[in-house]
Structures are given as structure tokens and as C-alpha cells.
Design a protein around this ligand. Structure first.
Ligand SMILES: [Zn+2]
Ligand SMILES: [Zn+2]
Length: 568
């Protein structure tokens, strides 16, 4: 379906049709149960946005393995052109022109043509275009390598893992069930799903599990473990142990490998052997099984280490001397300081966002829509921003139970200036500054732009400081030490953006920043009510970064952060 959408785009068809196919593609890709089966049972059109044309094509594909409509498009344009079209800066018109006039059929042709200087004479192009194309190809190749690693966003996997765990816990034979692995450690991406179950009847557990409708097939099954794949293309490993050694197995499969190696080394020095089957004091030769993970750690003289910290980044030493951080938790977050509305590219009104935030239990919410230079999003001019502020003030007076604030996500322009004049910014409750353009500047220049913004007394935080988009775009290189020092000195917060494909600052950068005295905020950057869930992913990243409640400014009341307070 995505291929059809891309072809229609290339062919210059109506956007409406293209979007219909794109939506269907996204829907099918993430659909938890078999789309083919649904189509055969005639249930496809119950899905939102699926009409007769799409249903027919799915049925044709199920029956014949191909779609004639697509075959005809493939005859007209080589499939490699679709990748060319998706390169930043290319688009359908340029791609068609390059195909027709320079004989480019795929990415490799394009690279050759650009290197040989064969594109600069085409209408609307020049030597600069060739340079940009070569750079875009380089980035694309790097990102494609990342995607090939097969890692999925945690946010796309965890909801399904929770469903599986709930289904397992509901079985009468099951004493405990959890997901383990990198998912439990809250990594931003995961390769597969590990499920761990405590039960004395593994056969019954596996038989029941294998019938779940989300599973496309069972690939292998042993006495106590089962490997399966879901319709969303995820491998699932299920392991069942008796309840008395559940802690050993859960600890082992939560990992990481590095943590487990370090833990075993530590235990060995103290005279213990740790494995997925239990803990053995070497002297006595006894075998001790642990029903909980806490017992595993306790036996060898350590405090319980939260899964997010198990990366061999100093957590074992910290656990030994009782210096583990008291990690921030989701309910600690009292306000969200970066959300959008339909005044720019958000999908719902100020009021709908406000009510959704209140339902989630937030005490305050600051609207930070885009500023004017982001024309694509309908970015706000000073006049519209003031009109929005008036509406926010009126809403705030009317809606009980949540404080509504008026802010902006102001663009840091390519030349380092802010996109709105200071006198406008000064009238707002909160200003977050961010970069959406000029990504190809030298890193030092980009740092200058950000640091310049942080020194503006109106600017309260820097949103998504590195600009990365996981699996799509590497961020620009940030000098986190510099950002952290300026953040501490000026009292500017650094954001941990909770969007599942941003999570920017990363845990590592956040930990470094906190060590240098910077304070962070975790924000959702919500564009619709469902996006408030991003706070969860953001807090996960913060926990991986060893952050406590005190490291995050928005765990405090609004009054505690309303004024900018420069440090030293
Ligand atoms: Zn942004
Ligand atoms: Zn934003």
C-alpha cells in the first residue's frame, strides 16, 4: 500500500488519493491481527478509511500475490525511483525530471550522476543541488543501516507487550508474568520481546499463549520455552519457570548482557555464582533459588537495581555503597511545558488539549505552538500569538483544575536570531527555543545558535536539543558539556522530548548534563491528546539517565519555575 501511495505521488496524482493509501499502509503495518484474514472474512472495511478500492486490492493480493494496478505503475517507473523521491529535497517533480532527462532509475544512478556533474544543467538545478543530493544520500545510507538493524520504537512495542503480560497473568496456572529485555530497561528501541512467566505447568501456559490472535505463527517450541512472531513483525520469546526461581530468570533476561557480566564478576569476587537458574555460594555448593529479583541482588550484598540502570554504567558500584539514585517516576511530573494546538500543526483545540491534560492529572500546561518562520505548520506571528494568549487566558479563567499558560516554541533561525522579537517573548509565560532548520551547518555554528538563544533572558528551555529522529535522521552533533554549563549558568532548562522517535536529550546526555548542574524538563511535545503518553517515554529516558525528581524542573509546582533564575 505504501508503494502504491509513493507511486501515485510520483505520478502527480491527487494528494487525497495518495493520503488514503498512505493511511491504509500505516494502518495495515501496525495492525495487531492478520489483515489478510480480515479481508477474506469481509471485515476490512470496518477499519477507518478503508474503502472499496483498497479492499479490492488487498483481496487481489491475497489471491494472486500481486496487484495489477501496482504492476502497471512498476512498468512505467522503476521501483528504485521511489527511494530517490523520498530523499530530503527531492520530491516527485524533481525525481520525474531526473528520470526522464538524466536516465536516473535508482539511488546509485543518482549518486553517479551527481558526482559526474550531470545534473547541474537540468532546469532548476545547479552545482549546489548536486552537493545537497550527495549529502542527502550519505545520510540516507547511514539511517537505512540503522533501520536494517530491525529495531522498533519502544512505544510501538510496549503496548502489545503489556497486553501479552495481562493475558498471561489472567491464566489460572500463572503465578507471575513480565516482559524483560531491553523493553523492560526502557530502551528507546527494541529488537524483540522477551516474556518471562512463573508457573508449574509450562505446557498449559504455552498452549494458551499460542492461541492469542496477535501471533502470526509459533516458530519453535520446547519444554519450557516458545518462540513466535506477531503480525507486526516482532519476534517473541516466552520462557516459563517454576515460581521459586522466577527472580533468577527475570533478572537474567532483563539484562543487559554487560550488566549481567559485571554482576557475575562482582558476585564471584564475593564467593557466589549467579546464573539464570539461581545463586550458588561457592563454598557451600548449595543452590539457592530466588523468587524475586530483589533476592538475587540482596544475596550478593547489593541493593535492588532498577532495570533502567542495568547497563554497566556504574550501577553495581553505586548499589554496593547504597548510592543508587532515587529515580524520577511518571506521577512526579506535574506540568507539561511543550504542547501544540490547532493554532499551528496540533490536531485539536486549546480546550481539548487542556481537558486531556487535566484528565491525566497534570497541574499546569503550557501551550508552545510554532513560531512564524515554520510556515508549513502555520507558525504564529506576534499578532496571532497575542490572540492565542487572549484565548488561553479566557480558557484558564473558565476551566477548573488545571493552570493554562501561554508560551511559544520559538525557532532559532539559521543566522542565530530568534524568530520573534524580544518584546513579544517577554509577554509570554514560558519560551522554549528549538532548531528546525540549518541542520547542515558545522556543529560549532549550531552550538553558537543554541547557546545564543539560552543567553536570552526570555528563553526558558531548549526543545529537542540534538534534533535526532530515531531511525530517520541523526541529530547534529551536540557539545553536551557546553550546553549543560550554559544551562546551569543561565538557568535555562534542557528538554527531554518524549516523542518516541526523538527522546532527545538522550539518557546519556541527560546524565552528563545533570552531573554538570543543569536541570532538565520532560515534555510531551503533544500534537494531540494521545501524545500525552509521550511523558511516559520521556520519563523512561530520564530514568535511564539516572535522573531524580530534583533534576527535572517540571516535577515542581508552576510557581517554582515561573521565573528564570540564573545560577552562578
Ligand atoms: Zn520542535
Ligand atoms: Zn514542538
Amino acid at each position: 500500500m505504501q508503494t502504491i501511495a509513493d507511486y501515485l505521488d510520483l505520478d502527480g496524482q491527487s494528494t487525497y488519493r495518495i493520503i488514503a493509501y498512505e493511511k491504509a499502509a500505516a494502518l495495515f503495518r501496525e495492525h495487531p491481527i492478520s489483515v489478510a484474514e480480515m479481508a477474506q472474512q469481509g471485515g476490512l472495511r470496518r477499519l477507518p478509511g478503508v474503502g472499496e478500492a483498497i479492499e479490492k486490492k488487498v483481496l487481489e493480493y491475497v489471491a494472486t500475490g500481486d496487484i495489477e494496478f501496482l504492476a502497471r505503475l512498476r512498468d512505467r517507473f522503476p521501483e528504485g525511483l521511489l527511494t530517490v523521491m523520498r530523499l530530503p529535497g527531492m520530491g516527485p517533480k524533481k525525481t520525474k525530471a531526473i528520470h526522464e532527462q538524466a536516465g536516473v532509475a535508482d539511488l546509485r544512478d543518482l549518486e553517479r550522476a551527481a558526482r559526474e556533474g550531470r545534473l547541474r544543467d537540468l532546469p532548476g538545478m545547479g552545482a549546489k543541488t548536486e552537493e545537497n543530493i550527495l549529502r542527502a544520500i550519505e545520510t540516507w545510507t547511514a539511517v537505512a543501516a540503522g533501520q536494517d538493524s530491525g529495531r522498533k520504537l519502544r512505544a510501538a512495542v510496549e503496548p502489545q507487550a503489556i497486553k501479552f503480560v495481562e493475558a498471561l497473568r489472567a491464566l489460572p496456572q500463572v503465578a507471575a508474568a513480565d516482559f524483560a529485555g531491553s523493553l523492560r530497561r526502557c530502551r528507546s528501541t527494541v529488537r524483540d520481546m522477551d516474556l518471562v512467566v512463573a508457573s508449574l505447568d509450562p505446557e498449559a501456559v504455552m498452549a494458551a499463549f499460542a492461541t492469542l490472535p496477535e501471533l502470526a505463527r509459533v516458530e519453535a517450541q520446547g519444554e519450557t520455552k516458545l518462540a513466535a512472531a506477531t503480525y507486526t513483525g516482532l519476534n517473541v520469546d516466552l520462557r516459563v519457570v517454576p515460581p521459586d526461581s522466577y527472580g533468577d530468570l527475570l533478572q537474567h533476561f532483563t539484562g543487559s548482557a554487560e550488566h549481567n557480566v559485571a554482576l557475575r564478576g562482582y558476585a564471584q569476587r564475593r564467593g557466589y555464582k549467579i546464573s539464570e537458574y539461581g545463586v550458588e555460594p561457592v563454598e557451600s555448593g548449595r543452590h539457592i533459588r530466588c523468587a524475586t529479583e530483589a533476592e538475587v541482588y540482596e544475596l550478593v550484598g547489593l541493593r535492588y537495581i532498577p532495570p533502567e540502570l542495568r547497563e554497566d554504567q556504574g550501577e553495581i558500584q553505586a548499589a554496593e555503597v547504597g548510592m543508587l539514585p532515587d529515580l524520577v517516576e511518571l506521577p512526579d511530573v506535574r506540568g507539561d511545558l511543550h504542547v501544540h494546538s490547532d493554532w499551528t500543526d496540533g490536531r485539536v483545540s486549546l480546550e481539548q488539549m487542556a481537558l486531556a491534560a487535566r484528565d491525566r492529572g497534570l497541574d499546569y500546561l503550557c501551550f508552545c505552538d510554532h513560531s512564524q518562520s515554520l510556515a508549513m505548520t502555520g507558525g504564529l506571528s506576534p499578532e496571532r500569538l497575542m490572540a492565542q494568549q487572549a484565548e488561553i487566558r479566557a480558557l484558564d479563567a473558565r476551566i477548573e483544575g488545571i493552570r493554562l499558560l501561554s508560551g511559544i516554541e520559538v525557532d532559532i533561525l539559521a543566522d542565530g536570531r530568534l524568530d520573534l522579537p524580544d518584546e513579544t517573548l517577554a509577554r509570554l509565560d514560558f519560551v522554549t527555543a528549538s532548531i528546525h532548520s540549518g541542520f547542515s551547518q558545522p556543529p560549532a555554528r549550531i552550538m553558537e545558535r543554541i547557546v545564543g538563544a539560552m543567553r536570552n533572558p526570555c528563553v526558558r528551555s531548549v526543545a529537542h536539543p540534538s534534533g535526532r529522529l530515531i531511525n530517520r535522521r541523526e541529530g547534529y552533533e551536540i557539545d553536551i558539556d557546553l550546553l549543560a554549563r550554559v544551562a546551569a549558568e543561565t538557568g535555562t532548562f534542557l528538554e527531554i522530548n518524549g516523542f518516541p522517535d526523538r527522546l532527545d536529550l538522550t539518557a546519556q546526555a541527560a546524565r552528563r548534563a545533570a552531573a554538570l548542574g543543569a536541570r532538565m524538563v520532560v515534555c510531551s511535545d503533544a500534537h494531540s491528546p494521545g501524545d500525552f503518553e509521550n511523558l511516559r517515554w520521556g520519563v523512561g529516558e530520564a530514568r535511564r539517565g539516572w535522573l531524580t525528581k530534583a533534576d527535572l524542573a517540571n516535577t515542581g509546582a508552576w510557581e517554582s519555575i515561573a521565573e528564570k533564575r540564573p545560577g552562578h
